[in-house]
Design a protein around this ligand. Structure first.
Ligand SMILES: *[C@@H]1O[C@H](CO)[C@@H](O)[C@H](O)[C@H]1NC(C)=O
Ligand SMILES: *[C@@H]1O[C@H](CO)[C@@H](O)[C@H](O)[C@H]1NC(C)=O
Ligand SMILES: *[C@@H]1O[C@H](CO)[C@@H](O)[C@H](O)[C@H]1NC(C)=O
Ligand SMILES: *[C@@H]1O[C@H](CO)[C@@H](O)[C@H](O)[C@H]1NC(C)=O
Ligand SMILES: *[C@@H]1O[C@H](CO)[C@@H](O)[C@H](O)[C@H]1NC(C)=O
Ligand SMILES: *[C@@H]1O[C@H](CO)[C@@H](O)[C@H](O)[C@H]1NC(C)=O
Ligand SMILES: *[C@@H]1O[C@H](CO)[C@@H](O)[C@H](O)[C@H]1NC(C)=O
Ligand SMILES: *[C@@H]1O[C@H](CO)[C@@H](O)[C@H](O)[C@H]1NC(C)=O
Ligand SMILES: *[C@@H]1O[C@H](CO)[C@@H](O)[C@H](O)[C@H]1NC(C)=O
Length: 737
């Protein structure tokens, strides 16, 4: 990290905003009975214990992990919960017993975290064990039946390019955090490809439907088709192989994988094959052109739906086996064709019937996103009709964004169907500090204790991961805590574990963050939007829910913690992240000055503020380049690494770049999933503003009208589009110290 540059910016902030930076600052259900008992791992206790022990070895090394004795004892606690018990035996070993592989891995993490000051996160780990392992005697039982993980989009924004090593780390992390129910959607396309071939679709017909690796979730949901494709035989082979590894590991640990089921979205070619089937063309999604949008939705009540749905599920289960939970979302961001209650009943009944015909123990897991997104359509009677035609307990509803738009209250605990309280937290995996600590610390308990509650779990449903770890750590604890935590104390503890030792400045910083940045309680949907990451315009509305001046001075406080922490990978990560956030806020401030000088036609003031913004991009670039978790090169090299030939390499690189910039051939949802990474800053965000500011200056100097269309076209032609097609190499190693 470049502390000098950071310090320069801080000085500038003080000059421009008259900040006073003090040397050290102190800021100041009883009726509900669904045990879901058959949703159990079928793996033997021995295998689960072995799988958990392997996690311990990967985490702590072979020698140290010998000090941990891990055993599965399914009778240790109630059948519909998970329980672990941790004790120290006379030999000085730590004995961890629990009801499943997940339970004992969770118990291990609980001990390391609460007794040994260890921190395990997406950004890195801090594991320095004391010489003598502390005494312990605890028994913890989860609050609920399930801890769920993943959004259908997560695989698009975060794990598309992962190979087994990364999946393994991800599954280890799940078990360490008690997650026992997780989406496992890999290789879905490989099975569809088989089925389409059996139905005699041509290669062209399949290719115009299945799209590229970075866009699979939205193709699965019927939002788009074909874009970024085609998928190669190599891709299918690789994903099948990978999915077998993923499922084997999840099952060994006792994590229940959620498999895909048929939602009704079919290739256009179905109209040729089945001219009499009742199908409707789905409406365009976010202005995608016809070539890339609008597949058909096969009417769930049509007999063909049952045939296709059963065939698909059978093929999938034949390849991968099953644990009886399946997800499909027919109406994600597209509305049903009729408002008739009996029709809605028939639709959900049909979707479930196609699953149940193949697996009589099936449970249909559904994202309740539609009830938020299409709020006006999904009135209470309609939701009730839709949900109650499936036998009670045979659905599992993900209340997808409970921290901001919970639906379980309005929809009366989903009229009896069990639901999971999920924190969605982010869209598109955009970086930007954000979170709702107080809300999750309160409403998870309220949801569970509400009269007649059918809540059976807590979950994480972020669109992307690898950011804002702190809020995920807090959310994970809601699975076993019996009452809200004291958040100030909690953030203090977090800062202490994260960097290995208590430090005044680090603690002050995190407590401040906990009370401000991570304490959003409003209902605005805006987040991750900053001037530097947005397409240039005269029209950007700035929005912030905390005091920016306090943030700048907190930034200064945090830098004071650097003594003795320069070698801490997590401290370095956070310096980059907090500096990124501070510079982004300063970018917003500069924007205000630029606009003001433009309106006043003060060319001198305009030039100096415009130059300051461009310099800010350069400093953002060099600071991000110094952090190993902020490199475009990593994302691109992961994409290229799964290619087996030049053609795939090109395609995957385009997929990877398009998704984080234009998101669509023409910027259909431009910047929705953008990332403040080194490389993106220098070659995408900055050049856009450079062109824009030059054009603005020209219109000032020449006293001509500023042509927005012209500059937008230029930005697209000169920066955005070329960036997505370029094959420039970006480093995978950080530089600078
Ligand atoms: C696909 O083609 C084969 C060979 O022509 C034929 O036997 C089979 O019935 C066709 N399947 C469908 C679903 O049309
Ligand atoms: C399929 O993938 C596996 C593992 O990735 C590889 O070992 C095998 O050679 C591949 N088979 C084909 C036919 O490409
Ligand atoms: C097709 O399904 C729609 C519901 O989306 C229904 O209104 C219509 O009557 C059906 N058409 C036929 C021919 O069955
Ligand atoms: C609903 O299903 C029933 C039974 O299959 C059928 O008689 C009825 O016509 C369907 N109604 C609608 C509107 O789909
Ligand atoms: C909870 O529900 C029960 C049964 O419907 C009812 O008798 C009771 O009054 C309710 N309690 C509260 C606090 O609403
Ligand atoms: C500016 O924003 C307004 C709405 O806030 C919108 O109607 C207008 O088209 C925008 N103008 C430009 C140039 O983007
Ligand atoms: C930090 O790391 C460097 C290089 O590995 C090492 O030389 C130095 O002693 C370390 N400093 C501390 C305080 O651990
Ligand atoms: C233009 O801006 C500069 C710098 O902020 C300021 O010193 C100067 O007075 C301004 N000129 C006018 C005419 O307002
Ligand atoms: C603005 O630029 C566009 C695209 O270059 C052009 O078609 C249009 O005529 C220009 N408008 C004005 C008012 O000059």
């Amino acid at each position: 990290m470049d502390i000098t540059t950071v310090a320069l910016w801080l000085q500038l902030a003080i000059i421009i905003f008259g900040l006073f930076v003090p040397s050290s600052q102190c800021y100041k259900s009883d009726a509900f009975q669904v045990t879901l008992g058959h949703i159990r791992s079928h793996t033997s206790p021995e295998i689960q214990a072995k799988a958990a022990k392997d996690v311990a070895e990967r985490l702590l090394g072979k020698e140290i992990s010998k000090l941990f004795i891990m055993m599965v004892d399914t009778d240790l606690g109630p059948i519909d919960k998970d329980t672990f018990k941790v004790t120290k035996n006379p030999l000085g070993e730590i004995e961890i017993r629990g009801t499943s592989g997940v339970a004992i891995t969770w118990g291990l993490h609980y001990y390391l975290k609460n007794y040994c000051n260890v921190h395990i996160s997406w950004d890195g780990t801090q594991i320095t064990l004391p010489n003598t392992l502390p005494e312990v005697r605890i028994k913890i039982t989860s609050n609920d039946r399930f801890r769920y993980y993943q959004n259908v989009c997560t695989v698009g924004y975060s794990s598309t390019w992962w190979q087994w090593k990364q999946w393994e780390r991800n599954i280890d992390w799940m078990a360490l955090n008690g997650i026992n129910l997780a989406l496992a959607f890999t290789a879905q396309e490989a099975i569809w490809q088989r089925l389409y071939q059996e139905l005699n679709l041509t290669k062209e017909e399949i290719d115009e439907h299945l799209g590229g690796p970075a866009f699979l979730p939205w193709i699965r949901m019927g939002n788009i088709r074909g874009f970024g494709g085609p998928l190669s035989t190599n891709w299918h082979n690789r994903t099948i192989h990978l999915q077998h590894q993923i499922l084997r590991r999840m099952r060994n640990l006792g994590i229940v994988p959620v498999l895909p089921a048929f939602a009704g979205h079919v290739p256009r070619a179905f109209a040729r094959l089945f001219p009499n089937a009742n199908m409707t063309k789905i409406n365009p999604w976010n202005n995608f052109e016809d070539k890339y949008c609008c597949p058909y939705l096969l009417e769930p009540t049509d007999p063909l739906f049952q045939i296709i749905g059963e065939k698909f599920l059978r093929m999938y289960i034949n390849e991968f086996g099953t644990d009886h939970i399946y997800n499909c979302d027919t109406f994600n961001e597209n509305e049903p064709g009729s408002t008739e209650l009996i029709y809605l009943r028939n639709v959900s009944h049909a979707v479930f019937a196609a699953i149940n015909a193949v697996d009589s123990k099936a449970i249909w897991l559904m994202q309740a996103w539609l009830f938020v997104h299409d709020f006006m359509f999904w009135t209470e009677p309609r939701v009730k009709s839709f949900l109650t035609s499936v036998p009670m307990g045979r659905m599992l509803i993900l209340d997808l964004q409970s921290e901001q738009f919970p639906q379980y209250g309005r929809l009366k605990s989903y009229y009896g169907q069990p639901f999971i309280w999920c924190m969605l937290h982010n869209f598109g995996g955009t970086l930007g500090m954000f979170g709702s600590a107080q809300i999750i610390n309160q409403r998870t308990f309220e949801g569970r204790n509400m009269n007649g509650s059918t809540m059976v779990g807590t979950g994480l449903t972020p669109e992307g991961i690898n950011q804002n770890y702190v809020i995920y750590e807090l959310m994970n604890e809601m699975a076993y805590r019996h009452e809200p935590v004291d958040l100030d104390a909690w953030f203090q503890n977090y800062a202490t574990r994260r960097y290995g030792a208590w430090n005044e400045y680090a603690v002050t910083t995190w407590q401040y963050l906990g009370r401000t940045v991570y304490n959003f309680i409003g209902s605005q949907r805006i987040r991750g939007h900053y001037v530097v990451t947005r397409r240039p315009s005269l029209n950007i509305s700035l929005w912030i829910w905390y005091n920016r001046k306090n943030f700048y001075s907190m930034w200064n406080t945090f830098l004071k913690a650097r003594h003795g922490r320069r070698n801490s990978t997590l401290y370095r990560h956070d310096v980059v992240d907090i500096t990124r956030q501070a510079l982004q806020l300063m970018g917003d401030d500069l924007y205000t000055i630029i606009l003001d000088s433009y309106k006043k036609r003060n060319i001198t003031a305009f030039r100096s503020s415009a130059n300051a913004l461009l310099e800010l991009f350069d400093d953002l670039e060099s600071i991000l380049a110094s952090g190993s978790n902020f490199l475009l090169g990593t994302w691109l090299s992961q994409a290229k690494d799964v290619a087996t030939n030049e053609e795939e390499r090109k395609s995957y690189e385009y997929n990877a770049k398009n998704q984080i910039t234009l998101w669509g051939p023409n910027g259909e949802i431009r910047d929705y999933a953008n990332k403040q990474w080194s490389g993106v800053m220098a070659d995408y965000f900055k050049p856009r503003w450079e062109l824009f500011l030059k054009a603005l200056e020209k219109s000032l100097v020449e006293n001509t009208k500023f042509n927005v269309t012209e500059i937008n076209n230029k930005i697209f032609d000169k920066v955005e589009r070329p960036f997505t097609f370029s094959t420039k190499f970006y480093p995978v190693e950080p530089k600078g110290i």
